[in-house]
Design a protein around this ligand. Sequence first.
Ligand code: FNR
Length: 360
Amino acid sequence: MAVRDFEAAARATLDPVHADFIAGGAHDEITVRANEAAFRRLRLLPRVLRGSAERELGVELPGARARMPVLLSPTAFHRLLVPEGEVAAARAAASAGALMIASMASTVAIGEVAEAARKAAPDGEQPALWFQLYIQPDLEITEALVRRAADAGCQALVVTVDSPVHGTHERNRRNGFHDLPPGLRCENLVDLRDGESGHVRQIVMSPEISWTQVDWLRRITDLPVLLKGVLHPEDARLAVRHGVDGLLLSNHGGRQLDTVPATLELLPEIAAAVGGRIPVILDGGVRRGTDVVKALALGASAVGIGRPVMWALADGGEAGVGRLLELLRDEVDDALALCGATGVRDVGPELVRPPAPPGR
Ligand code: FNR
């Protein structure tokens, strides 16, 4: 079983329109393909005779500790795939000790997602749960969302900054898929103002959001704030200057601006810009344990997966995501052992070699 097999299994059961919603990217999907291709091109060059009987896979991240270096990037609309939706993903993540970033566009409210995670976590372990936020131009609404996430027990906020406007997904256009079907809604966006009853807001993508709102957010909350979708090294330096607590180096899985570089290609430059002052987490195209090790070696503190979680959910709900996380955990452990590494912190750039010539 490989991560790819989850995609095939999901395709076999899913409505093709929903399968396209998951697979798709912006415009020509050049960046979607580039993310995976970048991992395939890079080579690992292992050390020998220096390993250990067990590998340390745990990672410390802002506000949270996880038992594995692979986390669940935020993905919307889980109830399109299984009736329990985000609850299924949260349970599987909490059992596996993987950090989950719950999407603002979740079809289950964050309070319920957090409760499910707490119940599924092993005794005495606090599940690692962050909340992904699109800063809304209406700051009162944003503040209400932040309060919900904090009250639910989320340990950090991940502000997605690569979406000043919606990405253009031509597959969705062709399929006429624009919104959730009747009966499903973005539960975090219900009744955000006092006195409302059953009022669901649309998520507003606003090109006017700037560092001013990021600074404001840091003032109104004690939670660590990470930015998701910073790609330019100059913005990474600005993020450090503005006091953010971490970066999620992401091109939204190729779903926003098409033709941006693969995240893996940008990682060395972003890691250098940040200079170890804040953690950098990478997502986009991670499909194998060796991909995880390559990203860690080039300076990531952890990696995120998006589509694989959706495939596993569609294939088997909570059990499916459980199997996916176990598979990746085993592959990471195996790749670290084969690299002569004692754990996730024991890998550096000396373990990777430049891209092979095209076609290899
Ligand atoms: C996403 N992604 C995303 N990002 C975000 O910040 N908020 C969101 O609600 C969503 N929703 C979403 C839905 C679906 C179906 C996909 C595939 C992706 C982007 C996600 O967090 C992540 O950056 C990418 O999915 C990572 O790339 P891979 O692992 O899918 O290649």
